[in-house]
Design a protein around this ligand. Structure first.
Ligand SMILES: NC(=O)c1ccc[n+]([C@@H]2O[C@H](COP(=O)([O-])OP(=O)(O)OC[C@H]3O[C@@H](n4cnc5c(N)ncnc54)[C@H](O)[C@@H]3O)[C@@H](O)[C@H]2O)c1
Length: 249
């Protein structure tokens, strides 16, 4: 077993599902102490029971106070904070005419403002230990998808704020993003509803990658583990695509 994150304290958002859950499990196997965040209390409590040295707190990442609480829990229980892995995300589907103003704001607040909130509270602690932040953005930061205006805007903004924070907080803190292509999680099935034939859309999403399959949450967790570990100690300000080659088609 490779304990790359032994004695590291990590906050993982979006931990109750999909990639965030796979990332939480990978960080746990690497020896980390975890503060887990998500909306579903039942799934979160079960996950925390199964991962030793982990605490789950249900809440809404678009609320500044909840982000502050996640940081406080890390400090109160584990005495320090080393890594923040941000995976919470929603789609906010609908073209510009159809999407309500409320849904535009909810999507931006959940996917983008939440990064600002938690970073604001976490950075003073991360600075003490040369910590790092890893943002789960998307290839939607660079490529447009039908009926995803709020999502694409939030993901492009996530990459921009990642690069900006990497400048302000170097050399003490590294800040990076991963940009997944189509990954087999509940979210991709919701995303497919924006297409006429959702089943076909998901099948096509996998087939149109160079590697002819959807990503697995574990594919993303492997990259996340590398990027937050000391193995990546000379990587900052980078948005790394992990997309089966789809942006190169
Ligand atoms: N699945 C894909 O194809 C894909 C591709 C690129 C990027 N992404 C991004 O990866 C990240 C993880 O997505 P996933 O595919 O694993 O989806 P998922 O739906 O399986 O998981 C999303 C997680 O975000 C949490 N969440 C959503 N809104 C929240 C809120 N307001 N407060 C707290 N938690 C909230 C949910 O509880 C859940 O744990 C997202 O940011 C998503 O945009 C997904």
């Amino acid at each position: 077993m490779n304990l790359k994150l032994k004695d590291k304290t990590c906050i993982v958002t979006g931990a109750t599902s999909g990639m965030g859950k796979a990332i939480a499990i990978a960080f746990h196997k690497a020896g980390a102490n975890l503060v887990l965040s998500g909306r579903n209390e039942e799934r979160g409590d079960l996950l925390a029971q199964n991962l030793e040295n982990s605490i789950f707190l249900a809440g809404d990442v678009s609320e500044p106070k909840y982000n502050k609480k996640l940081v406080e829990i890390a400090i109160e229980n584990f005495g320090k904070l080393d890594i923040v892995s941000l995976n919470a995300g929603i789609l906010g589907l609908g073209n510009v005419i159809d999407l309500s103003i409320a849904d535009w704001h909810t999507t931006l607040n959940t996917n983008l403002s939440s990064i600002f909130y938690i970073s604001k509270y976490a950075i003073p602690y991360l600075e003490k230990n040369n910590g790092n932040i890893l943002i789960n953005a998307s290839i939607a930061a660079f490529k447009s998808f039908p009926n995803h205006p709020a999502y694409c805007a939030s993901k492009a903004g996530s990459v921009a704020v990642m690069k900006q924070m990497a400048v302000d907080y170097a050399p003490k803190i590294r800040v990076n993003a991963i940009c997944p292509g189509p990954v087999d999680t509940p979210l991709i099935w919701d995303s497919a509803k924006a297409f006429e034939d959702p089943e076909k859309a998901v099948e096509n999403a996998g087939n149109t990658t160079l590697l002819k399959r959807l990503g697995k949450p574990e594919d993303i967790a492997s990259l996340a583990l590398f990027l937050v570990s000391d193995d990546a100690s000379w990587i900052t300000g980078t948005a790394m695509n992990i997309d089966g080659g789809i942006l190169n088609t």
